[in-house]
Ligand binder design. Structure first.
Ligand SMILES: [Ca+2]
Ligand SMILES: [Ca+2]
Length: 227
């Protein structure tokens, strides 16, 4: 009977470890703390859902995520888009648009995706490069693109230029941050959590959990000599 109870507990431990591992895997993919790139004035654009207040970025070593916070919940649609412009190459880049010199833009709304705008006359003639992930949380929209899709690390210069913008209707500029110029992020900041790291960390954490529970069960499985 005691053995059956012990087996049941061990089964529960394995179940717990499975869920802990699942949770860690998804957290590691989402995760690191955002780096705030800058604030933008409130009410310098209408509607509120296209008025940028703040832009941040984070990465997990394989993907870059940009978070654009607006005055009200972002609403990407066929007529309202949210873009992150990246200047990653030393030469060339867009010749028109909110960020002249940008090589890429990541777009939420419209036809979402990563677009190559290097050397294009207009952002509207840019070339679709890869799919992205678009999510809206409260008043923020998160745009996630693969680092390898922008040519990282080989084709990314030492300092990357970044601009966030909103457009409505179609490609007409609504808001831009910063209002002039661009944010700069050093190349070395991009990979914060290189991919092999989770492979080392996760098994170590799971092993620690198993050891702790084994210790506890060993104690509780011992026969009680007295009350
Ligand atoms: Ca604004
Ligand atoms: Ca602005």
């Amino acid at each position: 009977m005691a053995e059956l109870s012990s087996l049941r507990r061990r089964f529960l431990v394995l179940l717990f470890c499975f869920f802990a591992l699942s949770s860690l895997t998804s957290e590691t993919h989402a995760l690191p703390d955002p780096i705030q790139l800058g604030d933008d004035p409130s009410r310098d654009a209408d509607p509120a859902s296209a008025d940028i207040l703040k832009v941040s970025m984070m990465n997990n070593g394989t993907h870059l995520t940009f978070i654009i916070e607006c005055r009200s919940a972002p609403a990407p649609s066929s007529v309202r888009t949210y873009r992150i412009w990246l200047d990653t190459n030393e030469n060339g880049g867009a010749t028109t648009g909110p960020y002249i010199g940008a090589d890429w833009y990541i777009q939420g709304g419209g036809a979402p995706g990563l677009y190559d705008c290097s050397g294009e006359e207009s952002a509207d003639t840019s070339t679709y490069k890869a799919s992205i992930e678009v999510k809206v949380y409260g008043k923020s929209i998160c745009l996630t693109a693969g680092l390898s899709d922008i040519g990282y690390p080989g084709n990314v210069k030492e300092t990357v230029g970044i601009v966030a913008s909103t457009h409505q209707p179609a490609a007409m500029l609504k808001d831009r941050t910063p209002d002039t110029g661009h944010y700069s992020v050093v190349h070395e900041v991009i990979p914060e959590l290189p991919w092999p790291t989770p492979l080392v960390i996760m098994p170590a954490i799971v092993a620690a959990i198993i050891m702790i529970y084994r210790q506890r069960f060993r104690h509780s499985d011992q026969p009680r000599l007295r009350r």
